[in-house]
Design a protein around this ligand. Structure first.
Ligand SMILES: *Cc1c(COP(=O)(O)O)cnc(C)c1O
Length: 384
């Protein structure tokens, strides 16, 4: 095994030469980042109102093709707000993946709703349309009020939150169809998939609402930031209203017409976000070049790696290699991290965490198979 591990590390080290410690994903700021941030400071508009916030929202519409975008302080809160707008309330169930980042489930929990886990596909590593269909056929019924109910728990299944894992689009058109058939709101967690599309349509735009993250480790970052996209004008208006303390617009009066949130992205972050969004296309093609290089080299080492499925375009946020089993995975994690190459396994599966365990989920064989084998390897944008 040692020989293969050495070969993998030399491929990675060749891809990122002259770096003593190769991070998993480091941000780069090659364009107008400094200029826009200084401009925001000079304007004195560094907080929740400013020209860059509006510009950021227009850019997000252009990039995703959504008719509305609302700037939010981070991806987790974007998801929280999107679920509120989707009508999720206390005691509802929300279908999602066990193989996801904790933020997906935390956002569901903020509403005192319960995540119920559906399996992922082995090839997309995102929510499986087949698993979703089977789960609903077996466990769900449509109530007299027209909503979908879980026959076993008696709870309403209000929403479904698929996640485009590591930037690889899941079979989101099929998922959208199933959700429509069962009257389940579709909210896409597209935090990791800015720049990824499925059948020519940007991820995050298949459901009623989609959310993005601009955290430091994502493909483009503004330190911390998020966005909600939607084609529904009323939902967009409500998203902006609720994210700005539900303040009734007025030149000097402070009147608020419901309980709102301080979830607006500050102009300082939006300045950085605008500059980074200008680089999105070049970042994605840079990352796709790296993925191609990895594919070529790892194929000749007979290793299986993450690849986009036909009809989808991945931003290749994080590349991944599959090992034979958990033992081999762990040996590689130790070896690579001890030798200057940062690698990591997928997140501990959500249904194994104490907050989210014990539910009646779909069978999760693919999630468990992937969690035992997949390792993410360095995937940053490479500068000259
Ligand atoms: C990063 C991420 C989020 C939330 O992002 P923050 O901006 O850090 O709050 C949500 N879901 C997934 C899957 C993510 O990877």
């Amino acid at each position: 095994m040692q020989k293969v591990f050495e070969d993998i590390l030399s491929v990675i080290k060749d891809a990122f030469p002259a770096q003593a410690l190769i991070p998993l994903h480091a941000p780069v700021f090659p364009g107008n980042e400094r200029k826009y941030v200084l401009d925001a400071i000079d304007s004195t508009y560094v907080s929740s109102v400013g020209a860059y916030v509006n510009k950021f929202e227009r850019m997000m519409c252009d990039i995703t093709g959504a008719s509305h975008a609302v700037a939010i302080v981070n991806g987790t809160n974007a998801l929280h707000l999107a679920l509120i707008l989707a009508g999720v309330v206390r005691e509802d169930e929300v279908l999602s993946q066990s193989l996801t980042f904790i933020a997906t489930c935390n956002a569901i929990s903020y509403l005192s709703a319960t995540p119920v886990f559906i399996d992922v596909d082995k090839d997309t590593i995102g929510l499986s349309a087949d698993s979703l269909r089977q789960f609903l056929d077996k466990n769900a019924r449509i109530g007299q009020d027209g909503f979908c109910y879980n026959k076993r728990s008696g709870k309403r299944i209000k929403a479904c939150v698929p996640m485009h894992t590591f930037g690889f689009p899941c079979r989101i058109d099929e998922i959208a169809q199933i959700c429509a058939q069962w009257n389940i709101m579709l909210v896409e967690d597209a935090a990791e998939s800015l720049g990824s599309s499925y059948k020519g349509k940007h991820t995050g735009t298949f459901g009623t609402l989609g959310t993005f993250s601009f955290n430091g480790n994502k493909t483009v970052t503004c330190g911390g930031g998020g966005a909600i996209v939607t084609n529904d004008e009323n939902l967009a208006r409500r998203a902006k209203h609720l994210s700005t303390q539900a303040k009734v617009p007025h030149a000097w009066e402070f009147v608020h017409d419901e309980v709102g949130f301080n979830y607006r992205m500050p102009n300082l972050n939006a300045a950085l976000a605008c500059a980074q969004l200008e680089e999105l296309n070049s970042f994605v093609s840079n990352k796709r070049d790296l993925a191609q290089l990895y594919h070529r080299k790892f194929k000749s080492l007979k290793l299986s790696i993450l690849e986009e499925i036909t009809g989808s375009k991945s931003n290749y946020w994080l590349n991944g290699i599959f090992f034979e089993n958990r033992h081999q995975r762990d040996e590689f994690l130790t070896y690579s991290n001890e030798n200057g190459v940062m690698t990591r396994p997928v997140w501990e599966l959500m249904h194994r965490l104490k907050m989210f365990s014990g539910g009646h989920n779909a069978p999760l064989p693919n999630s468990e198979w992937i969690a035992d084998r997949l390792v993410n390897i360095p995937s940053s944008v490479r500068m000259e």
